[in-house]
Design a protein around this ligand. Structure first.
Ligand SMILES: [Fe+2]
Ligand SMILES: [Fe+2]
Length: 203
């Protein structure tokens, strides 16, 4: 293992590293973590569709989020297949406390563009943290098949994080995005500090 969790923090700008011991807890309840992961992918796809429907005039966003929706749905199908391969099934959707708190921490109101920028930064934040967690699963899962399984998600979500940041810059300006992104990262670290590590949650 040449990389450490600290490297991924620097790459993604995250302010708080996930304790790699979380992987051990998650791997013990692999069905639970796969179900939660499946719903994360479903939400990413649904949220992309919702954004397109609410901002059809934002052409660049529509052009980039449309293929992202297909990719996230492809991720959902892959996770579902992984569950089925293990003789497991998709369970009920769970409350995602991390996403609820993160959504509540975002700025409300302002111009339509500013609301879109907040949504894009929220998406970037969830992608960045998901990428970090997939990376830990890729590095530290005991099962080599699972390590391989998580690699693709790590790479893909890193690309999405980058795309959402670039779109935010498109609809505001780079200075504002830099400043606001830093605030979002700080808020996210505070939220994570208040949440317990759970083997049945991706976040
Ligand atoms: Fe995904
Ligand atoms: Fe994604």
């Amino acid at each position: 293992m040449s990389e450490t969790p600290k490297d991924s923090l620097q790459m993604l700008g995250l302010k708080l590293p996930t304790d790699p011991r979380w992987v051990g807890i998650a791997e013990k309840s692999i069905e639970e973590i796969l179900i939660d992961h499946a719903y994360c992918e479903q939400k990413a796809a649904s949220n992309g569709i919702s954004m397109i429907v609410r901002y059809p005039d934002k052409t660049k966003m529509v052009d980039e989020v449309t293929p992202l929706v297909a990719e996230e749905w492809g991720h959902f199908r892959k996770v579902l297949k992984e569950l089925q391969k293990r003789g497991m099934h998709l369970g009920e959707k769970r409350k995602d406390e991390y996403v609820v708190q993160l959504t509540n921490s975002m700025k409300k109101g302002g111009s339509r563009e500013m609301q879109l920028v907040e949504e894009l930064l929220l998406c970037a934040m969830i992608e960045a943290r998901s990428c970090e967690r997939f990376r830990l699963l890729n590095l530290y899962c005991a099962d080599p098949d699972l390590r391989e399984f998580y690699y693709e998600f790590m790479v893909s979500e890193a690309g999405h994080y980058h795309m959402f940041i670039e779109l935010a810059r498109e609809y505001s300006n780079p200075e504002y995005v830099k400043e606001r992104w830093n605030e979002v990262l700080e808020n996210e670290a505070q939220i994570l500090k208040g949440l317990e590590y759970r083997g049945d949650r991706m976040h």
